[in-house]
Design a protein around this ligand. Sequence first.
Ligand code: IMP
Length: 336
Amino acid sequence: MKVDVLVDVQRGDCGKGKISKSLNEKYKYDTIAKYNGGGNAGHAVWIGDTKYTTHYLTSGIYDENTKIVIGCGCVINPKEFINEYNQFNEQFKLDGRVFIHPYTHIITDEHIEEDSKDKIIGTTGKGIGPTYSGKYARTNKRAIDIDELKPFLLPSNDISLLSNKRILMEGSQGWWLDIDYGSYPYVTSSHIHPGFAFTTFAIPLKNVGNIYGVAKIYETYVGKAKDLVICDPKDAHIIREAGKEYGETTGRPREIGYLNINDLATACNQCGVNYLYINKCDILEEVKIFKVIIDKKIHKFNNLVLLTNFINKYLRINTNIKEVIFSGTRDGEDLK
Ligand code: IMP
């Protein structure tokens, strides 16, 4: 069994759904599993002119031969999950190919109520923090305890019995929202690191394949710590509108920052990324803003080619990445 991991190396919303779908078209995974987070995540994928947004289901939905597994590092709101399943079942023929790990913790109305009191972090209000708190306080119910989820339970807690060839683990959120390594307390409540995919599914580390990183050519952040990203407010407004940078889950406007190249290199090194996708290059080309943050200062480039050449060179020198792939907003828009 070979396990690849897809991890966002910024603050979420970098286009993991799109990359996961295209990796599956190339490698035909048995299973695309989700290893952390819950309904706070939102994966958007364009097929033709239609945009599909999922919160629990992975990009496995787009291929009838791929199974989808929600791991026990995730938290799940049964009502939201079942609604999402019903929304996509007919079109994508999900019957018999969606599984939930029996140990996945359950988000309750009480957890959501507790989350609604948050005034500091700017959470998505989906009950994430209180549910992970309950997990560690050992007070929660798990998927195995919930009748409505019985039809979806993995037959055992061993994913290798379901899927023994090739698995893609799809991360939620992004590295700087990691509970330990992110900008605490402005983080989510789970681990983003690819290693957590192995912990969650109890898979030996020797099974690791490729670690695919996903970033954007600019940064975004949603939450209360507005100064985590740096950008001239005029540029931020232009990029936000061109890139339609509004949350998939909450609709909140995202804060915009120029790409922070030092943070990107650190994230790729810490997550062990060997292939990095940098999305949304078409947006900067459209608005003609070519700036990055290097050592906390803004540097300007004359065009997209000079900007991408710089990013590529910097990452080649400062990380172990084998290839950086510059891409657009939608499928099939890789820049040559
Ligand atoms: P929570 O995960 O709902 O507790 O929110 C904690 C922080 O993580 C907030 O700043 C959220 O905006 C952010 N966050 C959670 N999930 C996502 C995501 O999928 N994309 C971007 N930000 C997220």
